[in-house]
Design a protein. Structure first.
Lengths: 188, 70
């Protein structure tokens, strides 16, 4: 902390490069949750997530000398996390479907979801989740990064290693397919 | 309708059963402090190559093989 202000990624990266180990620990703490989410979306296996994320942080540290000064740390890190998860997933054919927290049902728990989340009915939630899970993988990845994790278009592009224009077009196609799937479900 | 779908998807993100865990910074720091085996492995490989070259150059069958190639 500098005068009570938390250090931003840029400062923490510079300090890490200068040998400050506590600065890297700070970066790990700041990004471990989102890194876990990215790894989980690839692996779909909670038991393997922490190992993959830990390895990714070690690899990112060793790659820091090659990290471009002034670039954004988070998408760079998330790309390493994703690659690590992809390497570990090869050979594993089982893929768990995304599931919702039990406490997300207002009747069952006292967790405080966002007002928008609270407004979603249980039926809409599972319908939407299944529709996302059934999307072709390239479209699903974009929806997961953009909406379920909440990355910007640019960070999604960097994390997935594709052009921002591709993110845009895949998002549009994915939303069209989701809309079609939901309408079809409603018509049944 | 697109805006509503986008909003519902964002809301869904709040409700997913994301994996949680302990602070990884301790384990990562410990891994980074531990001496890496990679440089040692690289040295061992280099040493093995040098020994192999010496054996080839010093022993008659090795020299003959090189002469044949030349």
């Amino acid at each position: 902390l500098v005068e009570g202000r938390p250090l931003d990624d840029q400062e923490l990266v510079t300090r890490t490069k200068n040998g400050d180990a506590s600065a890297y620990a700070e970066l790990v703490r700041a990004h471990q949750d989102i890194a876990r989410r990215i790894a989980f979306l690839v692996l779909r296996n909670t038991a393997e997530v922490d190992d993959a994320v830990q390895e990714a942080f070690v690899k990112a540290y060793r790659a820091l000398p090659r990290f471009r000064e002034g670039a954004s740390f988070r998408p760079w890190l998330l790309q390493i996390v994703r690659n690590e998860a992809l390497n570990r997933r090869r050979g594993a054919s089982r893929r768990d479907r995304l599931s919702l927290r039990v406490a997300s049902d207002p009747a069952l728990g006292d967790a405080a979801p966002s007002p928008e989340a609270a407004a979603l009915t249980a039926e809409t939630r599972s319908q939407l989740l299944n529709a996302v899970d059934d999307l072709p993988v390239r479209l699903r990845q974009v929806i997961e990064c953009r909406y379920l994790i909440g990355l910007s278009e640019r960070d999604t592009a960097s994390t997935l290693g594709i052009a921002p224009g591709t993110v845009k077009s895949r998002t549009k196609r994915a939303l069209d397919q989701l809309r079609g799937a939901i309408v079809a479900e409603d018509d049944r | 309708m697109t805006a509503r779908l986008e909003s519902e998807l964002r809301a869904l993100g709040d409700l997913i059963d994301w994996p949680t865990g302990s602070d990884l910074s301790v384990a990562v720091s410990a891994r980074l402090r531990a001496p890496s085996s990679r440089p040692r492995r690289r040295w061992l490989l280099a040493a093995a190559v040098v020994v192999l070259l010496i054996v080839i150059l010093v022993t008659p069958p090795g020299r003959q093989a090189i002469a044949r190639l030349a």
